[in-house]
Design a protein. Structure first.
Length: 158
């Protein structure tokens, strides 16, 4: 099986929408107090703006001309101040592999591509957020050498 990773184009929007939905539906399921149901969680204009803004990368995984995965990243710079050092990071905003294509190395290939991109851009780190409920994703990221950097906690008052 040959997995091709390439940069997304405007014409990929319709093929990527089911993957964006898949991610959003998981978030709605585990945090309905925060996320609302939406059949178009990524609007076309927003997607197109990410393609051209110079900070985002949308990478598509393909098998036999079929879109089977996506990762959305954003380059971010932290300005040094009296509290923190200057840093340049790639933040993984979203990653999804189609449910029917999981456990085939697609996610690993997408993340490895991002790691290589980070090295070529001389960033300090690759970072992402992951829901505590998404234990399979946490184990996947750990298997790639990622570690927990911090944890967000909350108490819901309403």
């Amino acid at each position: 099986m040959n997995i091709l990773i390439r940069t997304a184009t405007q014409s990929d929007y319709e093929s990527l929408l089911p993957l964006f939905r898949q991610v959003h539906e998981f978030h709605v399921l585990v945090k309905p107090d925060l996320y609302k149901e939406n059949s178009t969680p990524v609007e076309k204009e927003f997607f197109e703006n990410q393609l051209i803004d110079g900070k985002h990368q949308i990478l598509v995984a393909m098998i036999d001309n079929e879109v089977v995965g996506v990762v959305v990243t954003k380059e971010e710079e932290v300005t040094e101040n009296t509290f923190v050092k200057e840093r340049k990071i790639i933040y993984i905003k979203s990653i999804c592999v189609a449910e029917t294509h999981r456990k085939k190395g697609i996610g690993k290939k997408l993340i490895t591509y991002v790691f290589d991109l980070g090295k070529s851009l001389n960033v300090d780190s690759i970072e992402l957020g992951v829901s505590e409920e998404n234990t399979s994703a946490i184990e996947f990221y750990k298997s790639l050498g990622m570690i927990t950097k911090s944890r967000k906690m909350e108490i819901t008052l309403i």
